[in-house]
Design a binder for this molecule. Sequence first.
Ligand SMILES: *Cc1c(COP(=O)(O)O)cnc(C)c1O
Length: 427
Amino acid sequence: MDSLVREDLEYIWHPCMQMHDFEKNVPLVPIKSASGVYLYGYNGEKYIDCISSWWVNIFGHCNPYINQKLKEQVDKLEHVIFATFTHEPIITLSKRLIKLTNYSFDKCFYADNGSSVIEVALKMAFAAKRFEDKNVNSFISLQNAYHGETIGALSIGDIGIYNESYKPLLCKSIKIKAPRGDFYLESLEELENTLKENKDKIAAFVLEPLIQCAGGMNMYNAEFVKEATNLCRKYGIYVIFDEIAVGFGRTGSMFAFEQCGVTPDFLCLSKGISGGYLPLSVVLLKNEVYNIFYAPFYENKAFLHSHSYTGNALACACANATLDIFEKDNVIVANKILSDFIWEKAQELLEFNFIQNLRRCGMVLAFDIVGFVNERKGLEVFNKGLKKGLLLRPLGNTIYFMPPYVITKDEVLFVFDNLKCIFETFQ
Ligand SMILES: *Cc1c(COP(=O)(O)O)cnc(C)c1O
């Protein structure tokens, strides 16, 4: 195992890491295998994946059913160019996704990761406005937003550590105050003022409905999503919902927009879509947008955006298997019970007065560690968590629990009992 760590650090630059931290602040953890909520190391260690491996894994690692469906697909068709060609898994998946949204959308456009599908939605919204002779040049998004790390996605994001170095490169996006909990009236007012002043310049308003996840698990009132969407409609601006993190059951409904009483023009999905197996993303949209691009060849209105792995058949097979599990295990209903159980157990953490803002939305639970100035308490939770058999990855001093939906009650108890042990060392 030591040689794996040595060789990894010799040849690999890890994402979202200051590599210098590996010198003494954090360990690099080689994983040999995984099953259900457990990740297994090389010396008998095991960790409960409390964060669904960056929010992607929803039905456990090496899920026997998804494994089986993936194996069946790999012997039939692994991948085929997706311009001009097509395949059964992606047609099945597209029909199912549209049906799952209760036919709120008409078309699926695929990409292979979250950031890319955000780029797709931004470009589509922008081009659609241009084709309608609107001289648009910018977007509106929320402060504290995260939409991915490609240049377009960074432009509408607002998390300093990701954006800072690239400011001169970014596209125009007006950031309005983010809602927080039940406080959203100021945000709405700012949105309306911005729309009034700039409506001819704005292509779309982009937001993460219900939870700004990377932005410290900021959960906010569904009413904001509804009223903001209606305002954008009033001013003729497209609305893009980034449900990359919150889609597929995370917030308690299949999609977050179901709780908001509105549908966006573009719905971006990724992460949980393939059960955490393979990269896949999709934007769902309506025919009103599709038809703006639908024209004879020489009008040059085709949407020329593609990725080599767009519509990968193996990823689609995993996505279909994932949707099968949602259906056969009645997951959304079961998660309500599980989420209540987690919430009840989490109350015990309130005995520590440095734990504040305990909050939840569906299968996301979060709280903040406050009162320690200039201390990387989140990092300490990460390191102590590993020693206790927990994979946690705090966002600064915000700790969140976002497990695969197959976690059992006993495993939940294990997680919170060990969290309590960790917090006892803080006193
Ligand atoms: C993860 C995430 C993205 C980016 O997806 P990647 O696949 O990591 O590029 C975009 N938006 C939200 C809300 C996310 O959580």
